[in-house]
Structures are given as structure tokens and as C-alpha cells.
Design a protein around this ligand. Structure first.
Ligand SMILES: Nc1nc2c(ncn2[C@@H]2O[C@H](COP(=O)(O)OP(=O)(O)OP(=O)(O)O)[C@@H](O)[C@H]2O)c(=O)[nH]1
Ligand SMILES: [Mg+2]
Length: 365
């Protein structure tokens, strides 16, 4: 920002009697101080606005800890900045030990210690959830994670899919804490769906680090459901942002179902401008397209699996009941000493049932 621009904005601040200026990019501590001196109002950068919103939304113990951690991580570099600033004001430079330095070093140490403390507390909280996840993995329940830009309708959709009551509201970051619910799918064993925090353009890195446990919840899912707000004028950018984060979080190898939500509010032609596959157009509000979405979810579960022949000896036949709950039995033939089955198995289920696998015999020449 050149001096001319700074002056121009300063005039605007006076004209509209602004009480604060929010700048849509990252500012260093020095930049913030200089701009505040010029404009005589509070100056915040993009990260601070996002962190403020998160701080207002945090309800649970974990959410509050995560937000505090993100704020601390955002603050640390600014403290270094302020420290360098105070040195240069004293006419010192690198290697000069000014009186302000020790105080700041103490502040920084305090912040670092608090960071360490919060991280430990967070580990305790999230280990509880990790146990739940581990038990789901043992039970081989297929899992879906709803991800997408903030306000795209993820919470409204999980409520529709699972008859739950997650807070859904027309505001940014209504959801901070992950929620996992069971979903019943047609002709398929039950699966689980997780709703988590939404994404935004230029997500502060401190937030990503602080919300690691929450994001892992989605990272653990077998299949991602990318919820897009079809009615948003920024739809294309929002899709790019979310796709970028999917790569950044290392989820690029996971299957994705693209859900274009809010069809009820979007101009019809919009549907011709989207390219992603597999995709479903829905309205979480009216319920339109939900049955189709459930079918695509089943298809995706089935795409994770392959067909295998099993032989279950008589004394183990009671296990077929369990098998039938975990996957679809495609064919069943009683033999003299047990039952022959043809089933679709995911890699995880294959490990569990491999003792009954019929070894494929090499075809005769
Ligand atoms: N018209 C219309 N509005 C919808 C639809 N789905 C959700 N909404 C509205 O969009 C707003 C945001 O919905 P949420 O479900 O809270 O969105 P979210 O993706 O969970 O948002 P965050 O948790 O803030 O990231 C709410 O006002 C919903 O009522 C839909 O299909 N059609
Ligand atoms: Mg939500």
C-alpha cells in the first residue's frame, strides 16, 4: 500500500466515521502499528477477523482450546515484530539489548508455554474421539466426511441425512466441533457421516494447526462428500479453495462425491457449468435429490470393495449373520460341509474375513 492509498483510506475512515479497518491480507505487527498511527482507528488483518469469528462461535471446551491455540500461534510472529520495532525505535539494532527486550522475551516464553499446555490438553480431549474412530474401524463401518466452504450447507445436509439436530445457521463457521452420526442407506449396511468446520479462502495457518484433531476426523473417512453452494456467486473460487485444501491435507487419494447444494435457490443454468464427477444436485432445505445422494453413497461404498468367493465351514456358519450385517451377500450356496458365498468386500473387510477366502485356482491350460 503506497502513501497515496494510505491517505485515501484515511480520508474514507473520517468520512464514514469508521471504528476499525479490516485489511484482506496478512499484516505484520509493524504494519498494523503504522497503519493505526496513520488512521487513528483499530486495524485488523484477515486472520484476526477469522479468529475473532471463531472465538465467538467456540462453545465446547475443545473448541475454545483450539481457538486460543490459533490465536497464540497468530500472535507469536507479531510479538517478534513488535520487539524488533521497539529495538529500532531505541536506535539499536541486531545485537543491542534494550530494556524492552527482556520483558518481551518473557511474554514470548509465556505464550510458548501456554501453547505447549494447550496442545497437551487438546491431545487428551481428542484421544477420546480417536478411540471412537478406532472402534468404528474395527467394526468396519464405512465412513463419509462432509467437507466444503463455510456456509455451503454441510450441517443442514447432515441433519437431513441422519435426522439429527446439528446447529445450522446463515453465518460463517457456525460449526466448529465435529459431529458423527449414523446414516441408513438403501440396501446397504449402515454408515457414518461426520460434519466438521468449514473452509475459507486463505485459511490462517495457525487455525489449520490448531484444528488438527478436528480435521483428522474428516481425514479418517473412507469417502469425502464435498458440499458446494450452487447458489453462491463465488462458487467456482470456493470449489478451487476446497480442492486446494484437500490436496494440502493429503486427502487427494480419497474418493469424492460432489454435492451441489441449494438447487432450490440457484439459477437453473448453473447446473450446466459444473464439471466434477460423481455429482449430485440436492437441496438440503427441501430434501430434493437426497435419495439420489444416498444411492451414490452406496455406489461409492461398493466401489471401495471387490467381489470374493468365501467358504464358511458348518461349525462357523453362525458368523454368516455378522457378515451379512457388514456387507452385501451376493450369492449363497449350501454345500455338504458348509456354505459357499459370493460377497463384496472392502480392503478392511477382506482382512477380517480372509480365513474363509476360497483360493482362486489357476485356470487349466
Ligand atoms: N436455500 C437453501 N438454503 C440452504 C440449503 N442448505 C442450507 N441452506 C442455508 O445455508 C445456511 C448455511 O447452512 P449450514 O448448514 O449452517 O452451512 P455449513 O456448511 O454447515 O456452514 P458452517 O458450519 O458455517 O461452515 C443456512 O442458513 C441454511 O439454512 C439449501 O439447500 N437451500
Ligand atoms: Mg456447519
Amino acid at each position: 500500500m503506497g502513501t497515496g492509498k494510505v491517505q485515501e483510506i484515511g480520508e474514507l475512515v473520517d468520512e464514514v466515521q469508521a471504528s476499525a479497518v479490516a485489511v484482506d491480507r496478512h499484516l505484520s505487527g509493524v504494519q498494523i502499528r503504522n497503519l493505526e498511527n496513520e488512521w487513528k482507528v483499530r486495524v485488523v488483518d484477515r486472520n484476526q477477523v477469522i479468529l475473532d469469528i471463531f472465538a465467538q462461535r467456540a462453545q465446547t471446551y475443545e473448541g475454545k482450546l483450539q481457538v486460543e491455540l490459533a490465536q497464540m500461534l497468530d500472535q507469536l510472529p507479531r510479538m517478534v515484530d513488535a520487539w524488533m520495532g521497539s529495538l529500532s525505535r531505541q536506535g539499536g539494532g541486531i545485537g543491542t539489548r534494550g530494556p524492552g527486550e527482556t520483558a518481551l522475551e518473557m511474554d514470548r516464553r509465556r505464550v510458548r508455554e501456554r501453547v505447549k499446555q494447550i496442545k497437551k490438553q487438546l491431545e487428551n480431549v481428542s484421544s477420546h474421539r480417536a478411540q471412537h474412530r478406532a472402534s468404528r474401524r474395527r467394526n468396519k463401518t464405512p465412513s463419509f466426511a462432509l467437507i466444503g466452504y463455510t456456509n455451503s450447507g454441510k450441517s443442514t445436509l447432515i441433519n437431513r441425512l441422519t435426522q439429527s439436530n446439528v446447529l445450522a445457521k446463515d453465518q460463517l463457521f457456525a460449526t466448529l466441533d465435529p459431529t458423527t452420526r449414523k446414516v441408513f442407506l438403501p440396501d446397504s449396511p449402515p454408515a457414518v457421516v461426520t460434519d466438521t468446520v468449514g473452509f475459507i479462502r486463505k485459511l490462517p495457518t495457525g487455525l489449520i494447526e490448531a484444528f488438527k484433531a478436528t480435521l483428522e476426523e474428516s481425514g479418517d473417512a473412507d469417502i469425502l462428500i464435498h458440499v458446494v453452494d450452487l447458489a453462491s456467486p463465488q462458487m467456482t473460487t470456493q470449489i478451487e479453495v476446497v480442492n486446494g485444501l484437500i490436496e494440502e491435507f493429503g486427502w487427494g487419494h480419497k474418493p469424492v462425491i460432489h454435492v451441489f447444494n441449494k438447487v432450490d435457490a440457484a439459477p437453473f443454468e448453473r447446473q450446466f457449468h459444473v464439471k466434477a464427477f460423481p455429482r449430485v444436485f440436492v437441496s438440503a432445505l427441501t430434501g430434493e435429490g437426497l435419495e439420489r445422494l444416498k444411492r451414490v453413497m452406496v455406489e461409492q461404498i461398493e466401489a471401495l470393495s471387490q467381489e470374493f468367493d468365501l467358504f464358511v465351514p458348518r461349525d462357523a456358519e453362525h458368523k454368516i449373520f455378522d457378515l451379512g450385517r457388514e456387507t452385501k451377500i451376493l450369492r449363497r450356496e449350501p454345500g455338504s460341509s458348509g456354505t459357499y458365498l459370493r460377497v463384496a468386500l472392502t480392503p478392511a473387510l477382506l482382512t477380517k474375513w480372509k480365513e474363509f477366502l476360497v483360493e482362486a485356482t489357476a485356470p487349466q491350460p
